[in-house]
Design a protein around this ligand. Structure first.
Ligand code: G6P
Length: 611
């Protein structure tokens, strides 16, 4: 969590940094700050959103061609002005921004306090700059050297940028475990947690590696390793378009991203599925195919919505490949001494590619000899860089904190993985494979059609916006969809919601049902349809309000449910891609009607880089 941006060059730094912080606000938004060299090293910071910092500075002279900025998601120390970044050193000649967590901050702080350092905040981050200051003073070395030595003493995760009052043309940055990208412009440099603050100015970027130190001085950039070895910077060209990170006329990023799904699913299929010729290509898998088809089991790891995509994948993989699959929360897996064997295949799913628990679980599985495959959205992020192979979801930047298009893209890629393996293993017939490939190609249109339900769902949202609880029920492929629908609602509207396998309702949630309880059934026509109908009747018998997501033309459920939403028919295995759309829209409209901040829900962050 937390977003960092820095600039040094010939332009004014302040507008670049403020704009960049707004782009990174999805990473945290409880306070923000900026440091500039404008007649001294000055730090300006404020509790609240970046816009609140901006309005507090309208009267201030902010001229500076160098600056660092930060938007925070609090870990150590409550969100307030003092705990906001940047933080000064004791002499206030140095300032730091930090994304990550310093695990040994308490012992470092104790030592530094003994040496006379003065701390103002309750954060772990402030310790870092005092440590750097202390090293620089004791060894009388350069700031770069002090940063390098400090990295040998700090335990934890960090992306930092440090500024020195005496050096208005210099930024020193370093990374371990938290993302850091350098934008290389003409005589100017940008540093940020991801590329979104940068692409407006340059598409030449360097992804900084763990334990590397970046020094930008007098228009020149150099990179050194923690053991002071000079490294050759590897400049990559980004393909991201500026429009992809703007709202494009939509009221919220979330709504834009929901409506982008026909396109994002199409992009995900492009160059991979050729139904006409029966071709299915997934470059990332090719090299490891023999290992994958001979594995005894696949373990899927993820958090939040990515974990839900993993559950859908479990059903698809087991059905078509006949390989046993386990799906685990990365945060549980890594701490429970799991059995991991050399032949295991581990699929790590992550939109951001930065989730700390997913990354740590990946490293654990890798250290035990498993083959690691990544399904990620953000190109060049930490998880895809740590895997043996992978497939990107190509959904484009997802900015709304609640994941929507990343979910459908993940499910699409995971479906392709299952079909590629099944085809190679011979566990799917030619005819069934062709049927699924043709059906996959129709999914973008079907999603488009489901988006046409928007007005109807708005009406439904108005009916239920004041509900205190919601229950989401589904069976088979639609069970993970129920979980995802419930998660979307609670994330952005703060209504308590539970997702359950419909049959499990009898073992607990049925006790909650009365005339106040909306129950959303994902009841499309599939192999569990008749059973779900019985579950609907059980709810109706207890006077619950049934909202049913059904297959177009379903007349039976219409006679039982209070509200029916008809989605286009598709193959049972692909239904999650279509059935999730009305649930995303329902949570969106309820949240808007309740006056919630849809794109930046309270307490959440898009990229959870703390454990
Ligand atoms: C956070 C986000 C969720 C996301 C989860 C996993 O909780 O708010 O939307 O599903 O992290 O993130 P990842 O980037 O690993 O998919």
């Amino acid at each position: 969590m937390c977003g960092i941006v820095a600039y040094v060059g010939s332009k004014q730094a302040y507008p670049i940094i403020i704009k960049g912080l707004k782009r990174l606000e999805y990473r945290g938004y409880d306070s923000a700050g900026i440091a500039l060299i404008n007649g001294g090293l000055n730090v300006y910071k404020k509790k609240g959103k970046v816009s609140e910092l901006e309005s507090s500075l309208t009267e201030t002279d902010l001229k500076s061609t160098i600056g660092i900025g930060h938007t925070r998601w609090a870990t150590h120390g409550e969100p307030n002005d003092v705990n906001a970044h940047p933080h000064y050193s004791t002499k206030e000649n140095l300032a730091i921004i930090h994304n990550g967590i310093i695990e040994n901050y308490a012992s470092l702080k104790e030592e530094l306090l003994r040496k006379g350092h003065k701390f103002l905040s309750a954060t772990d981050s402030e310790v870092f700059i005092h440590l750097i200051e202390d090293i620089q003073d004791n060894l009388n070395c350069s700031l770069e050297e002090a940063v390098r030595i400090s990295m040998t003493q700090v335990v934890g995760a960090y992306a930092i940028v440090v500024m020195d009052e005496k050096a208005p043309d210099q930024l020193i940055a370093a990374r371990k475990g938290s993302p850091l990208v350098v934008g290389v412009g003409k005589g100017e440099y940008f540093l940020a947690s991801d590329a979104t603050p940068i692409i407006e100015y340059t598409n030449e970027v360097i992804y900084v590696n763990d334990f590397d130190i970046v020094t930008i001085r007098n228009g020149e950039l150099s990179i050194k390793s923690i053991d002071a070895q000079e490294k050759t910077p590897y400049i990559e060209t980004l393909e991201m378009e500026l429009e992809s990170i703007e709202k494009g006329g939509f009221e919220h990023f979330m709504l834009k991203e929901i409506f982008e799904q026909p396109r994002s699913i199409r992009d995900c299929l492009r160059g991979r599925v050729f139904a006409e010729t029966g071709h299915l290509v997934l470059g990332g898998l090719r090299e490891y195919m023999n290992k994958v088809i001979s594995t005894d089991r696949i373990i899927i790891l993820g958090c939040g919505t990515s974990w839900h995509a993993g559950l859908v994948a479990e059903y698809i993989l087991e059905e078509f490949t006949r390989i046993p699959v386990e799906v685990e929360y990365a945060s549980e897996f890594r701490y429970r001494n799991p059995v991991i064997r050399e032949g295991d295949v581990v699929i790590v799913i992550s939109q951001s590619g930065e989730t700390a628990d997913s990354l740590a679980a990946l490293e654990l599985a890798k250290s035990k000899g498993a083959l690691i495959f990544g399904v990620c959205n953000v190109v060049g992020s930490s998880i895809p860089r740590a895997t043996h192979a992978g497939a990107y979801t190509h959904a484009g930047p997802e900015i709304g904190v609640a994941s929507t298009k990343a979910f459908t893209a993940q499910v699409t890629v995971l479906t392709l993985i299952a079909l590629v393996i099944a085809n190679k293993k011979g566990t799917i017939s030619e005819a069934r494979l062709m049927q699924l490939l043709f059906e996959l190609e129709t999914i973008p249109e079907k999603v488009e059609k489901a988006l046409g339900l928007n007005e109807q769902i708005k009406y439904l949202a108005a009916e239920f916006k004041d509900a205190k609880n919601f229950l989401y029920l589904g069976r088979g492929y639609n069970f993970p969809v129920a979980l995802e629908g419930a998660l979307k609602l609670k994330e952005i509207s703060y209504i308590h919601a539970e997702g359950y396998p419909a049959a499990e309702m009898k073992h607990g949630p049925i006790a909650l049902i009365d005339q106040e309880m909306p129950v959303v059934f994902i009841a499309t026509k599939d192999s569990t349809y008749e059973k779900v109908i019985s579950n609907i009747q059980e709810v109706k018998a207890r006077r619950g309000k049934v909202i049913a997501i059904v297959t177009e033309g379903d007349e039976k459920i219409k006679t039982m449910a209070d509200f029916v939403i008809e989605v286009p028919a598709t193959d049972e295995a692909l239904m999650p891609l279509v059935a999730v759309i009305p649930l995303q829209l329902l949570s969106y409209h309820i949240a808007v009607m309740r006056g919630c901040n849809v794109d930046q829900p309270r307490n959440l962050a898009k990229s959870v880089t703390v454990e």
